[in-house]
Design a protein. Structure first.
Length: 215
């Protein structure tokens, strides 16, 4: 385990990660072969296969990603660092699924895949712009800010590709052939949702009734 991945592991404090891993008997969050192959098909610029022992985490704070990369190159013995608000924001903004593994030729360099997932709620341009601008500031337009430590990638995972999503604002490193890579997420076809409504079943966020809709 190289320094960057070791740092990721030590910052991985989300209780949900440990609860789900324990409950499912998969405490390392090992990825299935099917999922790895699907990612590889979408991330065509990956120079190697995704190992089955990759580091995997969920709901991983972007602050922690920056801290892991920075400390891999600049760790100080007195444990005190000047704050830059572009990098450390002390917010809950996170990456839904994070995958990291050492390069097969240079074990000191890691490949970092940041996966953003939306099921039924869908993406908004505001959400995407906020997140992609944040990772641009950390890694740079071409992903070279920590070139001796990490090579970043970005992918959207959802049941269907968003037609009106403006991906042009994403940094170059987050794109493949000029667009953010997309991977299909399969969901059951019988999912439902509860919707607040009025007495004639018209959607109304202030209504005094509710109904069940198909998603």
């Amino acid at each position: 385990m190289n320094k960057f991945i070791s740092n990721l592991s030590q910052f991985n404090r989300k209780e949900r990660f440990y609860l789900i891993g324990k409950a499912l008997g998969n405490e390392k969050f090992s990825l299935s072969e099917e999922f790895r192959k699907s990612l590889e098909m979408c991330l065509t610029k990956l120079p190697m296969e995704i190992p089955n022992d990759s580091f995997v985490a969920m709901d991983f704070h972007i602050d922690w990603i920056y801290g892991s990369a920075f400390l891999a190159e600049n760790e100080s013995s007195n444990n005190l660092y000047t704050l830059n608000n572009d990098y450390i924001k002390a917010t809950q903004e996170d990456v839904d699924l994070l995958i990291a593994f050492p390069d097969k030729f240079n074990k000191d360099i890691s490949h970092l895949i940041m996966c953003e997932c939306k099921a039924e709620t869908g993406w908004t341009n505001k959400q995407l712009h906020s997140k992609t601008e944040r990772i641009r500031k950390i890694f740079g337009e071409d992903g070279n800010n920590f070139r001796n430590t990490v090579i970043p990638y970005f992918i959207i995972i959802s049941p269907r590709k968003s037609k009106d999503l403006d991906t042009s604002v994403a940094p170059a490193f987050a794109k493949v052939n000029g667009d953010i890579p997309w991977m299909r997420l399969s969901l059951p076809n019988n999912l439902k949702k509860i919707t607040r409504c009025n007495s004639v079943k018209k959607n109304d966020k202030d209504g005094n009734y509710w109904k069940v809709d198909k998603t």
